[in-house]
Design a protein around this ligand. Structure first.
Ligand code: SF4
Ligand code: SF4
Length: 457
């Protein structure tokens, strides 16, 4: 027999075994992740696809074997040879600073018949009508909200309460005796210790004006211009539990968000105290008490990109993280950011978050010019209004994002293809839809949380 036919037939045999093993492995992983639909579909493919190659080998169909092998080769080359990473899908440097008074959390704290309320809406009359919409709803963790769950809401509030206790510790006295530690030694120690404390990924960046809010929007310093002599920032992520997120927008999401804000806050407060004890000013930026815009700082510290849903998307956990930041005057070693155009290109095509968003707050369009730069911007008013209706911080977009799948061999293999090839990115969007559905249903709440929502999903 012609050696090319022999090689083709052998390739069919070997590929049928690899394909069967791969799909069976995917099936097991999906079932472990409680993704029954994806598991069933992987099993179906494992039973249907490999036999095509096995039968070809068994019956010596030489020409078919040659076609299948050529197809495998071309597909392999197209899917894993790096090409097609588009440039400048979004711009990197915001032209203006954000005023913290404009963000929804600050506007939510404005109370009618107060000086702050009157002043804010007299300067921003266009926002009054929009904000009256969320004020009509029960509110976050409120009893009359859709996903009311007494235990879960009280647990979330206990975590938020504990984060609040850290507010007094975000800044403090500086040791008058400065340490002579080198910047490389301190940078390395901070990163290693942060991971030991529970951070997932840590990066360091030099601070730019656009990282800082222009004015404080919450607390006693409301309205004060932000002033800081800090030149560097340590940014880190903490992981949100996959099972708690998968049930979003039910009550587990707000429990998990609050818990991870607390974790990020604890680590940030410890790090800032540590740097001050070495004789250098440092401030922790934690939930409800920020001077900086965390996603921008984390992006520039090399931790990810800001995608369609407006959250930081990390390479391995996607948006399923919370962020902590510490700023300091100490000039630490910085990390070099390499813009991940493949991730942004995937966002350009995927649009799953826009599809599943219950309040239609995420755009299906390409990035647009906002304040002089090209970016995606969600409708934060309609998103927040849904939160106040649901009683949770929703998180449906985060739960369904293909990048949010767990950090394991199966999903990392797909992420590698996404990073390498434009064609693979197109395929990956369809694969995610095939296995999980274009609009996946919310998972059940973890078994240990009593299910007393008034409405489900
Ligand atoms: S769901 Fe898709 S479009 Fe939305 S952020 Fe994730 S990858 Fe981007
Ligand atoms: S959190 Fe919910 S409402 Fe807000 S953008 Fe995401 S999916 Fe939409």
């Amino acid at each position: 027999m012609n050696p090319i036919y022999q090689i083709s037939l052998l390739t069919c045999l070997i590929f049928s075994i690899i394909l069967f093993a791969g799909l069976l492995y995917a099936c097991i992983v999906f079932y472990q992740e409680k993704e029954r639909r994806a598991g069933f579909r992987a099993l179906l493919l494992a039973l249907l696809l490999p036999p095509i190659y096995l039968i070809t080998w068994h019956y010596n169909w030489e020409v078919v074997a040659l076609i299948l092998t050529a197809d495998l080769l071309i597909t392999g080359i197209l899917f894993f040879i790096p090409f097609g990473n588009k440039k400048n899908i979004t711009d990197d440097f915001p032209q203006t600073q954000i005023d913290e008074r404009d963000i929804m959390f600050s506007r939510n704290e404005l109370k009618e018949n107060t000086e702050r309320y009157d002043e804010y809406y007299s300067k921003n009359p266009d926002k009054l009508k929009l904000d009256n919409e969320f004020r009509k709803e029960p509110g976050l963790t409120a009893e009359k909200s859709i996903f009311f769950n007494e235990l879960a809401y009280k647990a979330a509030n206990a975590s938020f309460y504990t984060v609040d206790q850290f507010h007094q510790a975000v800044d403090g006295d500086i040791n008058p005796t400065k340490s002579s530690i080198s910047k490389s030694e301190l940078s390395k120690f901070i990163k290693d210790w942060s991971r030991k404390l529970g951070a997932l990924k840590v990066g360091i960046t030099e601070l730019k004006d656009y990282h800082f809010y222009s004015h404080k929007g919450r607390g006693n310093e409301y309205g004060d211009p932000i002033k800081s002599n800090h030149s560097h920032a340590i940014a880190f992520t903490v992981e949100m539990n996959q099972e708690m997120v998968a049930a979003a927008p039910q009550s587990s999401i707000v429990m998990e968000s609050a818990q991870q804000y607390l974790e990020a806050g604890r680590i940030a407060v410890q790090l800032a105290q540590f740097v001050r004890s070495l004789g250098f000013s440092a401030r922790a930026h934690i939930d409800g008490n920020y001077q900086i815009v965390c996603p921008l700082v984390a992006r520039d510290a090399g931790l990810g990109e800001i995608g369609r849903m407006g959250l930081l998307m990390t390479p391995k956990e996607g948006p399923r993280v919370r962020l902590g930041v510490v700023t300091t005057e100490f000039k630490l070693d910085t990390d070099k950011r390499t813009k991940d155009n493949a991730m942004l290109d995937f966002c350009l095509q995927c649009k799953k978050c826009a599809e599943v968003c219950p309040s239609k707050s995420i755009s299906f369009d390409d990035p647009k010019l906002v304040n002089g730069i090209k970016r995606w911007q969600i409708n934060s008013e309609s998103c927040f209004t849904y939160w106040c209706k649901a009683g949770t911080d929703c998180g449906r977009c985060m739960a369904c994002c293909p990048y949010s799948h767990p950090n394991n061999l199966l999903h990392n293999f797909i992420r590698l293809g996404i990073k390498k090839s434009a064609l693979f990115r197109i395929l990956a969007v369809h694969l995610d839809d095939f296995f999980y559905g274009r609009k996946p249903k919310s998972a059940d709440l973890p078994g240990w949380i009593p299910k007393n929502e008034k409405a489900q999903k």
